[in-house]
Design a protein around this ligand. Structure first.
Ligand SMILES: C[S@@+](CC[C@H](N)C(=O)[O-])C[C@H]1O[C@@H](n2cnc3c(N)ncnc32)[C@H](O)[C@@H]1O
Length: 453
């Protein structure tokens, strides 16, 4: 009951987002045309008026045209964005999310969709081995373990000791639960390691499994709510804490090291490339200037600097919060070397798959998603020339919804077939509107899936 109340409370934010939903935006151009002609009539249709009145009308007309054209551009961008992804058609099962979520710490994103990817089918004979590269609070993992009584080996990896401990406790509880539907001879391992080391980890745990290949691998990228909600970790724009941002507390680099001692051009590059922050240059100058008075050491000092640098015209409170979110994200990516770790790990995960095995990746950042998309293309075709051919072949095969085993799966809409594997999601799958309403964090989620031949 408590869990349900907590999820519903989150939804009040989500509903705000739903107002900005695509369907409503599509209606906008008509409404704009209508209000624009009403405006014209009221002002004499553009003729007849003289002096100040005429001047005022002209300027109002001009701003109306600008608003109309920027709305049209925004609508067009949204339409383009929607074309590039597929909204999930899976019914959102809130009870299952509550069952497997660790409400108060973390709610698993796109749980139903992830379970569907690894569902037993004529082609996908069964999940004998599974690696969760980002076990977090183990929401996805526990659901997978309980849905696959055929599972013989499970490995959960995380670089964060707090997440690792939480996951270990939850998985142990499933193993001790006599009513659990898990396999009776399941071997489970939880490993405190960066996912870029998946190969050596598997080699050490079970080299036979590595030789045969893993049937399913999941990466649910980014941070867990447990990490964001702990101000002492330094990930959150709200709440005060040290400028840390390390997912692995044993790592040496902290956010404050970058802000207070890295070359100013590097600071700017991080804000521009990882945060996609348009105001990066001015922020870079202010961050470097702050070094003269002792530097930045707490999240609230950094937030104050950002707030002071964000023009009121750029959306007031919303403006600086968005800028701060982008800056924090940029620093987190740099501190944890997230993009390089992801690219290395995607190659390593593909190598670890069994023939027919699947790798599912949920990303939350457009640059992260681009890395997943490009690396998937590279691994199924292995080199650039092949890659181009694969893309063309993929476009031709766009309407073929059969998986490499010749079977149709409802969630597979368009595929890209390569020499070494198939991308089962030519366009990424995004959460249902219901999930976006209930769990705001899911709004930017994109799921991509690849299958080894
Ligand atoms: C979004 S959470 C995963 C939540 C999980 N799927 C669940 O249902 O509870 C992402 C987790 O990945 C971990 N993580 C991030 N980068 C990692 C990396 N390079 N290697 C291993 N774990 C990583 C984080 O510490 C975090 O616990």
């Amino acid at each position: 009951m408590a869990a349900s109340a907590s999820l519903k409370a989150t939804s009040s934010f989500g509903i705000k987002f739903a107002v900005f939903c695509p369907k409503q935006s599509f209606g906008q151009p008509n409404r704009l045309t209508c209000s624009f002609s009403t405006f014209n009539k009221k002002n004499g249709g553009g003729g007849g008026n003289v002096g100040g009145k005429n001047q005022k009308a002209k300027s109002r007309k001009k701003s109306c045209v600008i608003a109309a054209s920027s709305k049209a551009v925004a609508d067009e961008l949204l339409r383009e964005k929607l074309k590039r992804r597929t909204r999930s058609e899976k019914e959102f099962d809130i009870d299952r999310v509550i069952q497997y979520g660790d409400v108060g710490s973390h709610v698993p994103v796109m749980l139903g969709e992830v379970l569907e990817v690894f569902l037993q089918s004529a082609h996908f004979a069964g999940l004998r081995s599974f690696v969760d590269c980002t076990v977090g609070a183990a929401g996805h993992s526990v659901a997978i373990i309980e849905s696959h009584p055929e599972l013989k080996m499970y490995v959960g990896m995380d670089v964060d000791p707090a997440a690792h401990e939480r996951a270990r406790t939850r998985i142990k509880a499933v193993l001790n639960d006599v009513s659990s539907t898990r396999s009776s001879d399941l071997r489970t391992y939880t490993v405190l390691k960066n996912f870029r080391f998946i190969k050596p980890v598997l080699a050490e745990l079970d080299d036979e499994c590595l030789a045969a290949g893993v049937d399913g691998i999941l990466m649910d990228l980014g941070m867990s709510s447990m990490q964001v909600d702990n101000a002492q970790r330094g990930f959150s724009v709200i709440g005060d804490g040290p400028l840390d941002m390390r997912m692995d507390p044993q790592a040496s680099l902290k956010a404050e090291d970058i802000l207070n001692s890295w070359p100013h051009t590097e600071v700017g590059r991080i804000l521009r490339d990882y945060g996609e922050e348009s105001n990066w240059h001015s922020l870079q100058k202010k961050i470097v200037k702050a070094r003269e008075s002792g530097g930045l050491h707490t999240t609230s000092e950094l937030v104050d600097l950002i707030r002071g640098s964000t023009a009121r015209a750029k959306g007031g409170r919303q403006g600086w919060i968005k800028t701060a979110t982008r800056v924090f994200q940029a620093l987190r990516i740099a501190v944890n070397d997230e993009f390089k770790a992801l690219e290395d790990a995607l190659h390593a995960c593909f190598d670890c798959l069994s023939p027919g095995g699947r790798l599912a990746v949920i990303s939350f950042h457009s640059l992260e998603d681009r890395i997943v998309k490009q690396t998937f293309l590279n691994v199924i075709s292995k080199n650039r020339e092949e890659n181009q051919l694969t893309l063309e072949a993929g476009v031709r095969e766009g309407r073929n919804r059969k998986n490499p085993g010749g079977e149709k799966e409802a969630w597979v809409k368009q595929m890209v077939q390569g020499q070494h594997g198939a991308i089962l999601t030519k366009r990424p799958i995004t959460p249902t509107e219901e999930e976006e309403e209930v769990n705001r964090r899911s709004r930017s989620a994109k799921l991509r899936v690849i299958q080894k031949l």
